[in-house]
Design a protein around this ligand. Sequence first.
Ligand code: LLP
Length: 417
Amino acid sequence: MNDFQYKKNQLYGEKVSLSEIAEAVGTPFYLYSAAALRRHITAYKKAFSSVPHLIAYAMKANANLSVLHLLGKEGAGADIVSVGELYRVLKAGISPEKIVFAGVGKTKDEMRQALRAGILLFNVESEQELIALDEAAKSCGKKASVALRVNPDVDPKTHPYISTGLKKSKFGVAHVHALSLYKLAGRLSHINVAGVHSHIGSQLTQVKPFVDAIRKMGELIQFLRKDGLDIRYWNIGGGLGVQYDQESPPLPSDLAKNILPILKASGCTIIMEPGRSIVANAGILVTRVIYTKATETKKFVVVDAGMNDLIRPSLYEAYHQILPVVKKKRPDHVVDVVGPICESGDFLAQDRTMPEVMPDELLAVMSAGAYGFTMASNYNARPRVPELMVDGDRYAIIRERETHKDLVRGEKIPAFL
Ligand code: LLP
C-alpha cells in the first residue's frame, strides 16, 4: 500500500493534495504519513508477537518529536546513539526503560546521563568502553545493564558505507574476542551482563545474511550461558531494507518466519532496532522546479531542494524515485535533477528518464522519510526545510522552516576583532 497516490492526476499525501500543502507552506518541505508509520510499526509488532519483544526504533533515521511520539504511542522504544537523541526521545514521551544506547564513542559523561535517566541497556562496543562504563556507573552509584555488540562477520550485501558487521568495520567487538570480553564484563562490579547485540548493516534486501548472523549469535548465547552469564536480552539490530526502486526486500514477517524458531528457543526478550523500514516510505520531500537548462551534453532540472536537504543521492548514489505532483501528458526526457548548491555533487537524480517538467512545477522525491531530514545541514546558509505530518484529511507543521536568524544563532563576533 502507498500513502502517496494520484487522484485525478494530482499527487496526495493520504487525503490531502500536495499542491495544497505547497501553496500553504512553500517549498521545499518534508511530509510524513501517520498511516504509513502506524502500518509499518504494526507489521513488526505482528511479526514478532509470539516472542517477548521490544521494538527499539532507530531514531537516527528520523528523530522528529511527532514521529517519535506517534511510534511511542504504538509501543515502540528507541535505539539512541547520543544523549542528544536521549533528550529528544524523552521529550517525545518514550519511557527510559524502552531505550537502548549504541555507538562506538560514548563518553563517560554521556554514560552518566543515560544511567541517571534509567535506560534499559547499553550496547557496548569495546573493552575500553566497557571499563569506562563500569567507572561511570560506579561514580553515580548505579549498575549498568550491558549487551556487547558482537560483530558476526557476515556480508550484508549492501552499500559499503552502510555495511557494519564485517571484520574490517569499526563497529562491535570481534566474534572471537566476545567470550573473553563477556568474562571481563562479568567481573566488573558495576556492570550487569544482560544481553547480546549485533547489527550487520542497513538496507538489507536478503534474509540470508540476517539468518547467518542470528545463527552465530545463537551459538554465542549458548556459550555464554555455559559460562554462567545471564543472557536475557537478544538485540538483533535493524537493517531491513525498503523498496526505493526495483528491489523487493523482505518484510518483517518474512524475516520473522526465518528467525523466530531460533529466537524462541533462546527464551530471550528480543530487541530489534528498525529505522529505515519504519520511516523511509512514510515520507517524501516536495520541491519546486526553479529552472530547466540544457548544456551540449545534458539536460538539467534545477529544483529548490539540494544535497543539504537530502544528501543520500550525493553520498551513496542512492536512488529516489521522483514524481511530478501534477501528472501531465508530456514526453519523457533524460535529465539530472539538481539543487541550487555550489557543488557538482548536488543532485537528487542523475540521468533520470522522466516526463518533461517546467519551472514552478512541483516534484515529489519519494522514500525520503529515513535519513533525510536527520542528515540535513545548513550548507550554503540554507535554512533547514519544515517537516509536516498528514493524518487522513488533517495535516500539520511538525517542525517549522528555519529562519535566517536560526542560521546565526549562537554566533558571536569577539571584541578583539
Ligand atoms: N541499529 C544500529 C546499531 C545502527 O547502526 C543502525 C543504522 C540501525 C540500527 C538502523 O538501521 P536501519 O533499520 O535504518 O537500516 N545514512 C544511511 C544509513 C546509515 C545506517 C546507520 N545505522 C542511509 O541513508 O542509507
